[in-house]
Write a protein that binds this ligand. Sequence first.
Ligand SMILES: Nc1ncnc2c1ncn2[C@@H]1O[C@H](COP(=O)(O)OP(=O)(O)O)[C@@H](O)[C@H]1O
Ligand SMILES: [Mg+2]
Length: 221
Amino acid sequence: MAATAVLEARGIRFGYPGVPLFSGLDLALGAGEVRVLLGPSGSGKTTLVHLLAGILAPQGGEVRWQGRSITGLAEERLVRLRRRFLGLVFQHHYLLPELTALENVLLPGWIGGRPDPGRGRALLEAVGLGDRADHPPAQLSGGERQRVAVARALYHRPPLLLADEPTGALDPAHAAQVLDLLVGLARQEGAALLLATHDERLVAGLPGWRIEGGRLVSLGT
Ligand SMILES: Nc1ncnc2c1ncn2[C@@H]1O[C@H](COP(=O)(O)OP(=O)(O)O)[C@@H](O)[C@H]1O
Ligand SMILES: [Mg+2]
């Protein structure tokens, strides 16, 4: 038996009214593993990320974080668990405009109690923005904002990072740069990463799965 998976989905069933999507999807991600989730627009990537994050509840099957089922947990417990366990990066950065880059990175620390500015600065350095700590998002480029969002997602040392089209709003050069930083930083921090994207060229060479007919097919690498 392998060590307990950081993330495991078993027999996931889900669809929207008139839109069947998953009819028995399985997935497992081990500690520190980096995997991509490929599929064209409309194939269900965002829906699956939301199911894995506990934002949506499956209609069948269950999702486990480090062996613990999150399916059916009360929202309050799920929220607390998510704060410890999960980092999220979306296509839109969701930075707070009135805070500086550093303050945005430190946000998860405020929620948990007392933030650690040293940790925040180290993460900003790691994404190449050490000299932008005091800039508000309005004074950063799109790629820089997304790098701040990556730093923020890792602030609380989550064992799992879910990223949904994190480079979808960027031009190809900046998309590649943000992707490299995201993958590199997840590896450095030892976080498992599931990266959903429609952009095959961007993630060429990375292992993972393709959504096909509501199931996951391993990418031949
Ligand atoms: N809230 C919703 N209600 C109904 N249908 C939805 C909803 N969200 C997404 N869908 C449909 O589910 C399918 C998968 O969507 P989505 O998970 O966003 O795919 P992707 O992220 O791969 O583009 C699409 O056909 C989309 O139109
Ligand atoms: Mg999507």
